[in-house]
Ligand binder design. Structure first.
Ligand SMILES: Nc1ncnc2c1ncn2[C@@H]1O[C@H](COP(=O)(O)OP(=O)(O)OP(=O)(O)O)[C@@H](O)[C@H]1O
Length: 289
């Protein structure tokens, strides 16, 4: 459905914000993960046809989106990172405004979408008085007005409280049953339970494009746990990569990324996705050293 072929974006003649990214995306939730500045937003903006690749091609249903941007634009919903609401409009008026801009005439569609994002009881309230999570849910509702095939959401969970986060995650998971949902984040736990695939970016490059299961499998045997005393902890942490340490009375529970047992009495631990990614990163650093 969406094919990226060696897509690059160069700013100012030398900064490779996105560097030769190739991937094919179909249905489901794709988590786009990377640190600040990894190139996630730039990549999403190119897919949304808001900025052109410096080189490479993006094909939607086999058509080049630079040559035929209207094709993807009519099938796309986009929630940008800095999504804002207008101070004087209620949620309903906001939706009506965007519906008019997008040529959506059915008032039932607006009601349905406000229900979908659970804002039906707040439709008459000024959107400016909404919490961050409510605003973002309204943002998703407006992005869905044209019933898009592709939904792009840039860092949608930043600043949300845990309940809002969960609600938002569930909503995206549901949408991913029928659409391609591309969600960027630097918080792995936000996508680990809903993403069918993870695209991991670093310095503009796509360093992995895999299922969460494959990433967990690859880290199997690389993460260890141990219960050690403070002196042991001090010496250990100078030598290995500590993922997590929690004091328990006089002793410390540690989780460590290491290719083999890091200390006496260490045992294998089931890694979380975040730990698996950290273990992979540390292993790559060791290899490069
Ligand atoms: N319009 C621009 N002009 C020049 N440099 C830019 C521009 N947009 C982005 N960059 C640079 O490109 C790189 C990638 O930025 P981008 O915003 O795509 O990363 P990101 O992964 O989305 O980061 P964040 O999580 O902070 O949003 C950064 O070094 C950024 O400073």
């Amino acid at each position: 459905m969406l094919e990226l072929q060696q897509v690059s974006k160069i700013f100012g003649g030398q900064l490779r914000a996105v560097d030769q990214v190739t991937m094919t995306l179909t249905q489901g939730v794709v988590g786009l993960i990377g640190h600040n500045g990894a190139g996630k937003t730039t990549l999403m903006q190119m897919i949304a046809s808001l900025t052109r690749p410096s080189s490479g091609a993006i094909l939607f249903q086999g058509q080049d989106i630079v040559k035929k941007p209207e094709q993807i634009r009519s099938r796309l919903g986009f929630l940008p990172q800095d999504f804002g609401v207008y101070p004087n409009l209620s949620a309903l008026e906001f939706m009506q405004y965007f519906a008019a801009l997008k040529g959506v005439r059915d008032p039932a569609r607006i009601r349905h979408l406000l229900e979908l994002v659970n804002l039906q009881d707040h439709a008459k309230r000024p959107a400016a008085s909404f919490s961050g999570g409510m605003r973002r849910r309204l943002g998703i509702a407006q992005a869905l007005l044209n019933d898009p095939d592709i939904l792009i959401v840039d860092e949608p969970t930043a600043g949300l409280d845990p309940e809002e986060r969960l609600r938002f995650r569930n909503l995206l998971a549901e949408l991913g049953f029928k659409k391609l949902v591309i969600m960027s984040t630097h918080i792995v736990s936000d996508v680990e339970s809903i993403a069918g695939q993870l695209a991991i970016m670093k310095n503009g490059r796509l360093i992995a494009f895999e299922t969460p299961d494959a990433i967990l499998q690859a880290a199997h045997g690389q993460v260890w746990q141990a219960n050690i005393d403070a002196a042991e902890f001090e010496s250990l942490r100078a030598q290995v990569h500590v993922l997590h340490a929690q004091r328990q009375g006089e002793r410390i529970n540690v989780r460590i990324a290491h290719p083999h047992s890091p200390c006496r009495d260490a045992s294998h631990a089931e890694p979380s996705l975040e730990e698996a990614l950290m273990a992979r990163r540390y292993a790559a650093l060791e290899l490069a050293a």
